[in-house]
Write a protein that binds this ligand. Structure first.
Ligand code: PHE
Length: 339
């Protein structure tokens, strides 16, 4: 009898399986109600007294070996289950992928650059920290020119002046210095002005400026281009040009687009006039062309500039310009539907 138990201990120790059913059968065979161990315990009565001790120890060893084996195999099986390949359970429900959204400034900027790309304008960029030449002097704003006060400038350093650009006209200067006509380029970017922050104005905002220089460019070309733009951008083709002043253009004008007075919002947006001012423009001053190495007797050009933030506020009915730079996800996530 004891020999039989010992051979079972050897068998138990040798057993191995990764199959749930096999392990369960093994457990039942040894540890189940009608299992071998219970048989041995039942046989204990018949064992002669002098063998009882040895017999008891052997049965206990078998019981421990079987219990440990079952536990060890089940544990191994469970940990194997956990690391089941990279995909895990392929039948589980999918996890939604969180979609981002574009910032309203980017949406408007992309739309504007797209519209001008269709008529041959490329995109040029330049530094936000500028020198005096590119932001002012080359643009026909020599030192002590009163129009410098129009743009409250943030200075980084004095003598020589280093400043945060107040408009992206500086990029156009750089572009003309490095390229000969024909030039068709638009310059989007962030600009800075030392203005009090309120719902309607900020100390930094974004612009898109455009420049076209070639032989025989006229004011009529400018007007056509602007009309094409407002039609594509807003679906409105009625514009008017009001005489204005910029040091770098002559003549200069403000562009108003006729928005209409159909809804209450139209009334609010246009202060009851139906007209909305959207940009400044003009024929590039011959001095500016000369400063940038382009012969004004051979070439002429037009330029225009508009604020992206203000257009974003208009198009999306955003009540406060500060919302554009607060990075509040509740606000930004509302632009998911736009591309
Ligand atoms: N640079 C001007 C501004 O910042 C805009 C402008 C650009 C006006 C080009 C005329 C021509 O206000």
């Amino acid at each position: 009898m004891i020999e039989k138990i010992k051979s079972q201990i050897v068998a138990v120790e040798a057993f191995s399986s990764t199959n749930v059913e096999e392990i369960e059968n093994f457990r039942i065979k040894y540890l189940g109600k009608k299992g071998l161990l219970n048989d041995f315990f039942a046989a204990f009565k018949e064992v002669p007294n002098e063998q009882k001790k040895e017999f008891g120890q052997a049965v206990n060893t078998l019981k421990n070996a079987a219990t440990e084996k079952v536990n060890a195999l089940k544990e191994a099986l469970a940990s194997q289950e956990e690391s089941k390949g990279v995909y895990g359970d392929l039948s589980r429900p999918g996890e939604p992928i969180a979609l981002g959204s574009r910032h309203p400034i980017s949406l408007v900027k992309n739309k504007i650059t797209d519209i001008f790309a269709r008529i041959g304008f490329n995109v040029s960029e330049g530094p936000e920290i500028e020198d005096d030449w590119h932001n002012f002097t080359a643009l026909n704003l020599p030192e002590y020119h009163p129009a410098r006060d129009m743009q409250d400038t943030f200075f980084v350093e004095k003598d020589p002046d280093v400043l945060l650009r107040t408009h992206t006209s500086s990029v156009q200067v750089r572009y003309m210095e490095n390229n000969q006509p024909p030039i068709r380029t638009i310059s989007p970017g962030r600009v800075f002005r030392n203005e009090a922050i309120s719902a309607r104005s900020h100390c930094f905002f974004h612009q898109v400026e455009g420049l076209y220089v070639d032989k025989g460019v006229s004011f009529a070309d400018l007007k056509q281009t602007l009309q094409y733009f407002t039609t594509e951008m807003f679906g409105k083709s009625k514009i008017r040009l009001r005489p204005s002043y910029f040091p770098f253009t002559e003549p200069s004008a403000e562009v108003d687009v006729y928005w209409g007075l159909e809804t209450e919002t139209d009334y609010k947006m246009t202060k009851g006039t139906g007209w909305l001012e959207i940009m400044g423009c003009g024929m590039v001053d011959p001095n500016v062309l000369k400063n940038c190495g382009i012969d004004p007797t051979e070439y002429s050009g037009f330029a225009f500039g508009m604020g992206i933030d203000r257009i974003a506020l208009l198009l999306h009915q955003i009540p406060d310009i500060r919302m554009l730079s607060e990075n509040d996800l509740r606000f930004l996530e509302q632009f998911k539907a736009s591309i």
